[in-house]
Design a protein around this ligand. Sequence first.
Ligand code: FES
Length: 612
Amino acid sequence: MTVVFLPDRRTIAVEPGTPLLRAAQSQGIEITATCGGRGRCTSCRVKFVEGLVPPPAINDALQLGDDLVREGYRLACQTTVAEAATVQVAPPLDETAFQILGVERDAVARAHVVMDAGVRKRCVRVDLPREEHHQTSDVEQVGRATGVRPEDIPLDLLRTLPGILREAKGEVTVATFHDALLAVERGDTTAMAFGIAIDVGTTSVVTTLLELASGEVMASVQSLNPQATFGGDLMSRIAFAQWNSQNLRRLQSRVLGLLNQQIDEVLERAGVLPHWVYKVTVVGNTCMHHVLLGIDPTYVGLAPYTAVLRHALVLPARALHLKVNPEARLCLLPLVAGFVGADAVAATLATRLYEGDRVRAVVDIGTNGEVVMGTGARLMACSAPAGPALEGGQVRHGMRGAVGAIDRAWLEDGDLRLHVIGEGAPQGICGSGLIDAVAVALDAGLVDWTGLILVDARERLPRALAQRIEMRGEERVLILVPRGEAGGEIVLSQDDVRQIQLAKGAIASGIRMLQHVLRIPDAELAELMLAGGFGNYLSIRSALRIGLIPPLPGERIRYVGNAAALGAQLALVSEPERERAERLARSIEHVSLATHPDFQDLFVEAMNFPGA
Ligand code: FES
């Protein structure tokens, strides 16, 4: 039978029994599937506008609520159709103003690294042959003037070389990266040398243009990773890539398309021409790294979680069709092992975790959390698959930190108070709001240490708070925004609290595991740095209250911004830093949580909330 998808009015044939989401995606209709089609979010919702509305699945009612189900909304991943229908794909939330953390503009300059990007530009005079009997070639003449071996000159450069040499009457600027010739340009362009640092995160992508000689940040842009349409976390994306052979290409072209958009944008903002960009550094976790290169990540997702490659790569930018100088060197930083990728290496580089003898840790809180801990003598890392719950995914009224998101919560005058980004009507709740809300619920006795919403304790609570918890059928809910008050109702369901417990348990047990392996009690953990696109928006007090991080005194916890993006920038402007990243990747010891015999116990303990 056929199904028409609005607003594009695309009609596709759907086999009976095939979930709508799968049928749509296999035929190129884009429906966001943050939870990877597991019925745990609402991103794939469609509304039946014509035809028989199929009976709701359990997850339809659970995630969408009875009102939306009555109005004909269904989760595309849970729905099969029995006859022709027309459905409206739910418009995405307005995410134009969401929060993704970048790097402070002068962070590179403040890092005091050796400024040597490996890119050299110099003016040379190439003598052009004047007489026929002069047995030579353009390439040999360039070789004589620059010392570059003729066989090291790339084919694309050979194609443009004769014209440039003659138009410029032999007065040219050559750009090299170590021994490789990258460009021959007319006249003196020595002042124009730029590079781009890219942090490809599971959820967001940050691209920054820098001047190579000074390390000055010229422009930076941040966007959501468009692969999220095919799954919010790494495992969902790996599963999507396994569906059919086209899907890996789709994931790759999604992210490459975004990178080229971001590159266009930073170049335009700074007034820099694409061919003046000679070096690009990229960091990302193992899965993002592989997909960017078009390498099948299947075995990264299966025990024993083996990467296809871990070493640093240097490729010409044309290999990935990046819209910079085609000969620019694209430097992918090395990976550690398992899911711990170049982003963890870059964060280690940026936070100087490898210096000193006090044990410090950097915790990248994101969909794929990463923890690196240790001293100059020994560093250990693990990946903590938190999933998207801490970023508002897989939570009934969760959303990203965009306009309309509740981003903070606190107790005041015996009731719960909320702050909404943009100060307007609340549309949902983002990660920092969720963590605050749970912390407040714990403080107020609305939720106990096991995560149970304490509906039975209502009589003991002040009236305002008591009204916020109730049973809905079998389900316990905590009402954050009552129905009718400036828009729809926003609740935290029992299941939402469990999702947050799972996510915070993953991060907390990752930290605990490294402490356990290194035998470091809290008292000896000198510093805990919170990094990642999410880190700075998080209240440290709430993170401590829910047990996301160990109970250290406040002065030992600090935000460090997007450390992975900063590490990519350091490796961009400094070859010694890029080399250091290679040494670090080889020396960091990977701790696999899944196979460690003590992990289950640590995880179960980390799922609970600390006592008051
Ligand atoms: S509920 Fe369908 S993709 Fe999440």
